[in-house]
Design a protein around this ligand. Structure first.
Ligand code: FES
Length: 260
């Protein structure tokens, strides 16, 4: 399917469904995300043409549509692979081995974060908390959850995708994906269009996970250095970890005394 030629046909085909969705909401604009999913399902991503069509349907500007869509890793703004693999790099997953799982994915796929395999089959993106922290480390495959990741589970998943037997349906792929949809730091940060990464993290694309350490930097700061914050919080993860740090420090001091 060539999008330029076929988008008007697609629009005609999905318009009745879009209108049914819009009719469910008191405010038309509330249907925005649902409509984006409709177009993504047909095109494999939310194309610029889809952004214009959605904006017109719900009566907002394309900038507003773009601003909303770009907030979610559930919606893809560039052509991606038939399978989008999105392991979580949030704190609960990081503590439970997400870094190892992500390193394993990168090795097995031959990609970095925000890259698509050369055959266009798989795109890979490390994402923020997926709200399944009790089954960490977890991920989504074409938005379907996979829990309790392990190397064996990852092997099985990739083998299934490559063999065409994986139980989650492949996404539409109307345009060939590029190798990456990364926002280049050089172009964007130096011109002030994009803020650099979190404190201690160089890349604006990395808020946490393998290759960047913002999650662990934050935890380290809370537990070891930011005593003011530590006094204010009642978070068990922080208090318990701090208690461990204090008991280790006490043990060190006692050993020091005993030596003198
Ligand atoms: S931190 Fe991974 S699901 Fe919440």
């Amino acid at each position: 399917m060539t999008r330029e030629r076929d988008f008007p046909e697609l629009l005609e085909r999905v318009t009745p469904e879009c209108l049914r969705i819009i009719a469910r909401y008191e405010e038309k604009r509330s249907a925005l995300l649902m409509l984006a999913h409709v177009f993504q399902e047909h095109e494999g991503f939310v194309s610029p043409e889809a952004v214009l069509a959605i904006s017109e349907m719900v009566g907002i500007t394309p900038a507003e549509t773009e601003g909303t869509i770009s907030f979610y890793t559930l919606l893809y703004r560039r052509p991606v692979g038939k399978y989008m693999l999105q392991p979580c790099r949030g704190l609960a997953c990081a503590i439970n081995g997400a870094e190892d799982a992500m390193a394993y994915f990168r090795e097995k796929l031959g990609t970095s974060n925000l890259e698509t395999t050369l055959d266009g089959l798989v795109s890979y993106e490390e994402v923020e908390c997926l709200a399944a922290c009790d089954r960490a480390p977890c991920m989504q495959v074409n938005l379907e959850f996979v829990y309790d990741l392990s190397p064996a589970k990852i092997d099985e998943l990739l083998a299934g995708i490559r063999a065409g037997t994986y139980p989650v349906k492949a996404m539409a792929q109307t345009d060939p994906p590029g190798r990456t949809w990364e926002i280049r730091q050089d172009d964007q940060v130096s011109t002030g269009r994009k803020a650099p990464g979190a404190t201690g993290v160089e890349s604006p694309n990395n808020a946490g996970g393998v290759g960047d350490k913002s999650g662990t930097i934050m935890l380290d700061k809370i537990i070891n250095r930011d005593v003011e914050f530590f006094r204010e919080t009642r978070e068990r993860a922080v208090l318990d970890s701090r208690a461990v740090v204090e008991s280790v420090e006490e043990g060190r001091e006692e050993a020091e005394h005993a030596r003198h």
